[in-house]
Design a protein around this ligand. Structure first.
Ligand code: ADP
Ligand code: MG
Length: 259
């Protein structure tokens, strides 16, 4: 981890809000800008990152020195529990201590090499795993919170923000995902889950609002095919909105550990 410049954690109050989607597209967007990028999938119960980057079923090679990450598109280095388990369809039933060992293995034993950015995809919520990732990772740059416009998700995300602050880790900002839907036929925008919730929550929690990402049914399909939308369909409103998020995030980096 010493040779990793910026470590950024993606977090949400609950599952299904697009955390992994944001993580893989952020990693891809940074790699497209010429950076050396790694992505650590710390969601050991639902490791989705390999599938989203089209490297599902690959294996991480282990040696005395540690685990070699799998190489994904644009040379993105990927570490995930998915690369270590035998049968991806069998759920892993971990007891607490074993789970923590698995996570600390992923955090401490991967041979990342020189990286500009390491994006860390957490499991949803503020449970043990999230806590231990934050405790075990030295010198985190900060956390990006992903919410959807529904009120429940926003309430959950408040807890996540409180937890991060308690641990004295900077919150880099908040992203509202699935914010509005563009009809593929007529192009009209509909706010299926309401809108503005993310911006309001950011204001209330005194966080930077990094941007709103619309719902795009093609993104889901591309994601299932292992192709992040930011590279596969860069001209869509979703990809453009995502680029704005990245541009809002980049100036926030390097403040904490500038040398
Ligand atoms: N902006 C979006 N437009 C369309 N589908 C999305 C969008 N964001 C996420 N999804 C889809 O929603 C589902 C959940 O997203 P995911 O990133 O796996 O959430 P999480 O990691 O928070 O559980 C996935 O099928 C993903 O492709
Ligand atoms: Mg996920």
């Amino acid at each position: 981890m010493k040779s990793v410049k910026h470590k950024i954690v993606i977090m949400s109050g609950k599952g299904g809000v697009g955390k992994s989607t944001v993580a893989v597209n952020l990693a891809t967007a940074l790699a497209m800008r010429g950076h050396q990028v790694g992505i650590l999938d710390a969601d050991i119960h639902g490791p989705d990152v390999p599938k989203m980057l089209g490297v599902e079923g690959e294996r991480m090679m282990g040696s005395e020195a540690g685990l070699t990450p799998v190489l994904g598109p644009l040379n993105i280095r990927i570490a995930s529990m998915e690369f270590l388990i035998q049968d991806p369809d069998t759920p892993i039933i971990w007891r607490g201590p074993l789970k923590m060992r698995a996570i600390s293995e992923l955090l401490s034993n991967v041979l990342w090499g020189e990286l500009d950015f390491l994006i860390i995809d957490l499991p949803p919520g503020t449970g043990d795993e999230s806590l231990s990732v934050m405790q075990l990772l030295p010198e985190l740059e900060g956390v990006v919170i992903v919410v959807t416009p529904q009120e429940v998700a926003l309430l959950d995300s408040r807890k996540a923000v409180m937890m991060v602050r308690k641990m004295k880790i900077p919150v880099l900002g908040l992203i509202e995902n699935m914010s509005g839907f563009f009809c593929p036929h007529c192009g009209e925008r509909t706010d299926i889950f309401g809108s503005g919730g993310g911006r309001n929550a950011a204001k209330e929690l005194n966080l930077r609002f990094l941007g709103a990402l619309p719902f795009d049914h093609r993104a889901m399909q591309l994601s299932d095919e292992g192709r992040p939308f930011i590279a596969a369909s860069p001209d869509t409103p979703l990809a453009k909105a995502f680029d704005e998020v990245v541009e809002n995030l980049l100036p926030r980096l390097g403040k904490r550990h500038a040398k």
